[in-house]
Design a protein around this ligand. Structure first.
Ligand code: GLY
Length: 262
């Protein structure tokens, strides 16, 4: 269902990391429905961390994944047809509030499920043994250049897990996240004593510092979880939300604080 690149191909990126620093990643993978499962196989079955493109596809087939047609979903086809009318090379980035119309708030609040709108799925978890792990998966920016890879399959970019300290994941414009090794930075800030939201905020402030003029043009959001189970998020623009599930709550959606307001 993801939007294709500017040549009409859906290309997928994903990575996974466990509590022992094991990690696996695939990038620029086509025609395989669940890239995160291929990333898991890379982690579990190869001595490598990352496979890309045709090699990742061959590896997936050899490991029992089925090739999909690669056809676009109806929604993605419609979006692509609309984009083709101008074919302007300006990859679409997600600023969620512009799409869903919801209001910013100074404090995190519960949202209705219909208000959620993310392009990238990052998951970080603390299990019953107190071990952390995570994953991140995406079709990336809509109408990107063929071959473009974002932060989501990059360990330390879209995802980082350090079982002593915490885990972090990101969504939004991957180029900006890669530039600062974003999730690694968030975990290192937690190592220095910051709580998860503070650590995410420091990473957003780093982006603002290096890019003050452009920061109004892109969305990035970070989500973090520490070893004590405390969680938090912070984004450049309002509208970044995350779902939190634990034994008590059964699942709530939380709105992150952001640098800019509407
Ligand atoms: N964060 C997703 C991407 O930039 O591809």
């Amino acid at each position: 269902g993801g939007n294709p690149d500017r040549d009409g191909f859906v290309t997928l990126d994903a990575c996974i990391m466990d509590e022992k620093y094991n990690c696996g990643s695939v990038a620029f993978l086509q025609k395989i429905k669940n890239p995160i499962s291929v990333a898991r196989k890379v982690m579990d079955m190869t001595p490598h961390v990352m496979l890309v493109g045709e090699g990742a596809y061959q590896f997936a087939l050899e490991n029992g994944f089925e090739a999909e047609s690669g056809n676009l979903s109806d929604d993605a086809k419609n979006e692509y047809q609309k984009w083709l009318r101008t074919s302007e090379y300006k990859p679409v980035m997600n600023i969620e509030h512009k799409q869903s119309g919801f209001q910013s708030q100074s404090a995190p609040a519960k949202l209705n499920s219909g208000e959620i709108n993310h392009d990238t799925m990052g998951i970080i978890a603390l299990d019953d043994h107190g071990d952390l792990s995570g994953s991140c998966t995406t079709s990336g920016m809509g109408f990107k250049m063929h071959g473009r890879v974002g932060d989501s399959p990059i360990i330390g970019g879209g995802l980082y897990v350090d079982n002593e300290i915490g885990a972090a994941t990101s969504s939004g414009q991957g180029e900006e996240v890669i530039r600062i090794c974003g999730t690694h930075l968030v975990v290192e800030m937690m190592r220095m004593g910051k709580n998860p939201e503070e650590a995410c905020k420091i990473a957003i402030e780093r982006l603002l510092k290096i890019n003050p003029e452009k920061a109004n043009e892109f969305q990035v959001g970070f989500l973090a979880l520490n070893k004590n189970g405390e969680h938090g998020a912070y984004s450049m623009h309002p509208g970044f939300t995350y779902s939190m599930t634990d034994n008590d709550s059964g699942g709530i959606v939380i709105k992150a604080n952001s640098h800019f307001s509407i």
